[in-house]
Design a protein around this ligand. Structure first.
Ligand SMILES: C[C@H](O)[C@H](O)[C@H]1CNC2=NC(N)=NC(=O)C2=N1
Length: 99
């Protein structure tokens, strides 16, 4: 899996306004807040299924209605398209669970 270059990252981040870039590590982060634990866990379940299907897994923590997600590609030691794709999927899943 090819690491993204600076231009790729700039373009990707423009479409992921809720995510913060950790350029030093080559990772992106976002905090999700939900109505309650149940909605947060439903979101995590959807991400987990996607992660298994795509063999690409988040680094994340959950406190009640909050889910903090960090995405990076360990095999590439930086950001790849898989991280961007998972971030997009997470944003869609969050919208479905915040209505
Ligand atoms: C063996 C397995 O396919 C690899 O370890 C996969 C699993 N999930 C992964 N997830 C992430 N975020 N980065 C990886 O490099 C990665 N590699």
């Amino acid at each position: 899996m090819q690491k993204l270059n600076a231009q790729d990252i700039e373009q990707a981040m423009a479409e992921l306004p809720d995510w913060q870039l950790d350029a030093q590590r080559g990772a992106i982060r976002r905090r999700f807040q939900f109505e309650d634990f149940s909605q947060a866990f439903a979101f995590m379940t959807r991400i987990a299924l996607y992660a298994e299907k795509n063999d690409h897994h988040p680094e994340w923590s959950n406190v009640y209605n909050r889910v903090d997600v960090t995405l990076t590609t360990h095999d590439a030691n930086g950001l790849t398209q898989r991280d961007i794709d998972l971030a997009r999927h997470a944003d869609e899943a969050a919208r479905a669970h915040s209505r």
